[in-house]
Design a protein around this ligand. Sequence first.
Ligand code: NDP
Length: 295
Amino acid sequence: MSETTAFLGLGAMGTPMAAHLARRAREAGGRALVWNRTGAKATAHAREHGSEAVTLSRAARADVIFSCLPTSREVDEVVGALEADLRPGTVWVDCTSGHPEAARRQAARLAGRGVAFLDAPVSGGTAGAQAGTLTVMVGGEAGVLERVRPVLAFAGKVVHVGGTGAGFAVKAVNNALLAVNLWAAGEGLAALARAGVDVAPALEVINASSGRSNASENLVGQRVLTREFPLTFGLGLLAKDVGIAADVVRGAGASAPVLMQTEALFRAAATVVGAGEDHTAALRLLEQMNGQEIR
Ligand code: NDP
């Protein structure tokens, strides 16, 4: 297939994801267009990765349009801005960690233009985006996914999880589990520190034992104990994801007290610590609650 793709939103995730689309276009034919609100980032992307920086109305005429924006609200805004230029037969693949209700709204709105919509959020972080090994969880029609599957050059694993909105729901719950594990690891280590136990060997033991998690193995030691908290995934974005998970819980009439409590904790952490900090800085709130640094 030698389609023209367009990627909207060159943030921490979009920049490396769009670079894989540009690589694919070089190798398999086709064109890789990019658009970003701050245009200089698109120009730099074209220079560094061989994509083509274009206007929003040009991007609208691509065969496959990708978006990766902070929330569904920004996706709504961008859909509104380029809607008139869309062509029937286009597929819109939204890689934002969005809201299931917004997916259903966007799918219906785009269907009116003959454009198919897939909610296709990703997992794997900026490292996975750079390596082209992201996990993509897709909601929407399976047949539409099969049409675009060859173009998903940033993916290591692609799973169709259900109808429109299912991808966003799975992503929200996945990230709520990340938040639970991160917070729980922080609670355990803060308690040990207050009890006079050295945190570094305690974490070494946990990471070789049954209490370990991705958060304990790949985040706490590297980002919290070092006090570096390097920004790759914003705390405000994780708080948003846990909020979506809570909406999914409520919408389903499910009982999930730990997830609901985690929503409140991460909302508080984003307010107290700062939404623009790295997500691991949520543990700074926990440190304040304990009068104890985790180090
Ligand atoms: P960033 O904050 O790094 O980038 C946000 C992007 O959205 C930028 O390109 C920004 O443009 C653009 N943008 C913001 N507001 C608007 C607007 N009103 N109109 C148009 N464009 C806008 O976010 P990430 O790349 O980290 O995250 C993007 C999505 O991916 C989020 O939903 C996040 O939850 C999810 N995600 C993030 C991961 C991570 O590790 N970072 C991992 C997996 C999923 P500009 O350059 O002009 O500011």
